[in-house]
Write a protein that binds this ligand. Structure first.
Ligand code: IMP
Ligand code: MG
Length: 181
């Protein structure tokens, strides 16, 4: 049994996308990506930790056989402020030269994380870099980051589930919901 504080918290969450809606969308994106990348030497670059669940589902629905690498990105302070630093960690001997990359994100909010990952990957001489995010937040009067594919567009809400956390928890919910203001 989960602690009652978890149940009380989850009771306040408004559902946004069901597990079925998510799986249908991820499967259809995996088919599109398999077609798009075809016989290219693709590397999925999974951005930990939030993209873990999405990346695994995407990978399992793919009918091509990409390599898989991991980056970890964490932002500090208020990440709505432009110029805020995002720490990026990767294994020191990671070699992406000449590879076709697909960066897998959970959500694009301000776009600051992807902007800094893009700058870092550019220095590693890949052949191409494409971006996919499960969720894409539409911010009022602000351009965030142009991803190549996204699962669902959402308004400016704080969402949890399907890899997205609230204070590091609830990542394993198979559905996505939002915390009402
Ligand atoms: P950015 O503002 O695009 O740099 O978003 C950075 C990161 O913040 C995302 O990759 C998520 O890990 C996290 N994040 C942004 N919005 C949400 C949310 O609504 N719920 C949970 N995590 C979020
Ligand atoms: Mg993230």
């Amino acid at each position: 049994m989960p602690p009652s504080t978890d149940l009380e918290f989850l009771d306040r969450i408004e559902p946004l996308f069901s597990a079925k809606q998510i799986q249908d969308r991820v499967k259809s994106m995996a088919e599109e990506l398999s077609e798009y990348f075809g016989d290219k030497e693709l590397v999925l670059v999974v951005v930990l930790r939030g993209s873990l669940v999405f990346a695994v589902d995407l990978l399992r629905y793919m009918t091509i056989y990409p390599e898989v690498e991991f980056l970890s990105a964490s932002s500090y302070g208020n990440n709505l402020l432009p110029g805020n630093t995002v720490e990026i960690y990767m294994r020191p001997d990671l070699d992406l030269e000449g590879k076709e990359l697909l960066v897998v994100e959970d959500i694009v909010d301000t776009g600051q994380t992807l902007r800094q990952i893009a700058a870092r990957l550019d220095t590693m001489n890949p052949t191409s870099v494409r971006y996919i995010s499960m969720l894409y937040k539409r911010l009022p009067n602000q351009a965030n980051w142009p991803v190549d594919w996204f699962g669902f567009e959402i308004p400016d809400l704080f969402v949890i589930g399907y890899g997205l956390d609230y204070r590091q928890k609830y990542r394993n919910l198979p559905w996505i919901g939002y915390l009402p203001q």
